[in-house]
Design a protein around this ligand. Structure first.
Ligand code: FAD
Ligand code: EPU
Length: 343
């Protein structure tokens, strides 16, 4: 383990922002993490008082400036079946495993539950942070527990679903537990007999288009991959971090009001009786879709995705995102909340 200084972070964030870390290292076990933290507290003179920043795949982060502290890349490996009962298999993955590789590992064994979450970039350890979700499924539905290192107490805890307080793109790690824990591994409870989730509009359509006669988790995964590849920019080609904002939620009464003023507005009712609005539609209506200023832009196929065409700075992307928030508020009276973590 080596701690490097003034380390370039461009290859470590999918926005491709050219920021630097004052100090950088990676770790592959809880022991290595502890060792690095003790070096940090004793030897990294000149480093600011910033807490260590844990990085997975860097696919949900925007560096708006250099990080004047220690960036720790989590590389903890491992995928293993822990136990099983009649209905479920319990599978653990190290936080440093690539999310989609883990999905493929489970699909290959016919363990069901992750198929709708295929091809989401990033690593296993960050998946609980915002309770990743796509095509009608959220991580919370397959989550069993996780192991995390408490940075202050220097102890490893097992946290359950209750401790994680999952919500839409939300968890306790973004609220009361923010900055407290480093997630080391996550355990999932997957079904031996699948329950298929195919009601999400575009997923249903893609399965029809593929001419699937007998539904399988592998077919759902392929349909999700097809949709994602056709709509979302590949970070290897154009820098981005997926949806930049969350889809805002309003009451049914507010939705009815909005519909009178904007008949085309897109929203769907949630189980809790509110309406989730399509932020992409509102951003598009404000004229931002396909907009580009310098190398910062709003993607031409998906207005919710902000992009870096090459050499945009994080500050430029952040400034564009604030203009988008202001114009959506001006037109619709709706405040867009950021999904991406700003550093
Ligand atoms: P990072 O960006 O490295 O980190 C994200 C945050 O978690 C940071 O605050 C970081 O400090 C913290 N963190 C990371 N690892 C740990 C750890 N081990 N312990 C403690 N804190 C940690 N998300 C969805 O939910 N659904 C989608 O459909 C989706 N589609 C996407 C499509 C594209 C093209 C892209 C680029 C992104 C998309 N995302 C989506 C967002 C992103 O993939 C997820 O948020 C993913 O879980 C981020 O993982 P990561 O390892 O890259 O996290
Ligand atoms: N739409 C537009 N203009 C656009 C794009 C979409 O008007 O440019 C409208 C369409 O009417 C469409 C609706 O918005 O029906 C919803 O679009 P889409 O199905 O693409 O989903 P989204 O709301 O844009 C959300 C998630 C994605 C996730 C997909 C699929 C959030 C913030 N985003 O996007 O997650 O992959 O649904 O479930 O909830 C991410 O979190 O980074 C992410 C990519």
């Amino acid at each position: 383990m080596q701690i490097q200084e003034n380390f370039p972070l461009r290859p470590y964030n999918t926005f491709g922002i050219d920021a630097k870390a004052r100090h950088f290292s990676s770790f592959s076990s809880a022991e290595e993490l502890e060792e690095l933290l003790s070096i940090q507290s004793k030897q990294l003179s000149g480093s600011s008082n910033l807490p260590p920043l844990v990085l997975g795949g860097g696919s949900n982060i925007l560096f708006s400036k250099d990080y004047d502290g220690l960036v720790l890349k989590n590389n903890i490996p491992g995928m293993e079946e822990l136990t099983e009962d009649e209905e479920y298999v319990y599978v653990r993955a190290g936080a440093g495993e690539n999310w989609h590789q883990f999905v493929k590992y489970c699909l290959g064994r016919d363990w069901a539950g992750l198929e709708n979450l295929s091809l989401i970039p990033g690593n296993v350890g960050a998946a609980p942070i915002q309770n990743i979700g796509a095509y009608g499924v959220e991580l919370a539905e397959v989550f069993w527990n996780l192991e995390a290192f408490h940075l202050q107490e220097k102890k490893i805890y097992t946290l359950t679903e209750t401790d994680c307080e999952f919500g839409y793109r939300d968890s306790s790690f973004k609220n009361k537990n923010k900055g407290r824990f480093v997630i080391l591994s996550v355990c999932f409870r997957l079904r031996k007999d699948p329950i298929f989730h195919t009601s999400y509009g575009s997923l249903h359509e893609e399965l029809d288009r593929m001419g699937i006669k007998e539904l399988t988790i592998q077919a759902i995964s392929q349909a999700v991959i097809n949709i994602r590849s056709s709509k979302l920019p590949d970070p290897a080609v154009i820098g981005n971090a997926g949806s930049f904002f969350k889809n805002p939620t309003v009451s049914i009464a507010e939705f009815e009001d909005l519909k009178e003023k904007f008949p085309g507005i897109v929203g769907h009712e949630t189980l809790s009786g509110s309406v989730k609005l399509a932020a992409a539609w509102m951003i598009e209506q404000c004229g931002w879709k396909g907009y580009r200023r310098g190398d910062a832009g709003c993607h031409e196929k998906q207005a919710l995705v902000l992009v870096n065409y090459g050499n945009a700075s994080g500050a430029e992307i952040l400034a564009l995102s604030e203009e988008i928030q202001q114009s959506v508020f001006k037109k619709f009276g709706i405040t867009l909340e950021r999904e991406v973590n700003i550093v």
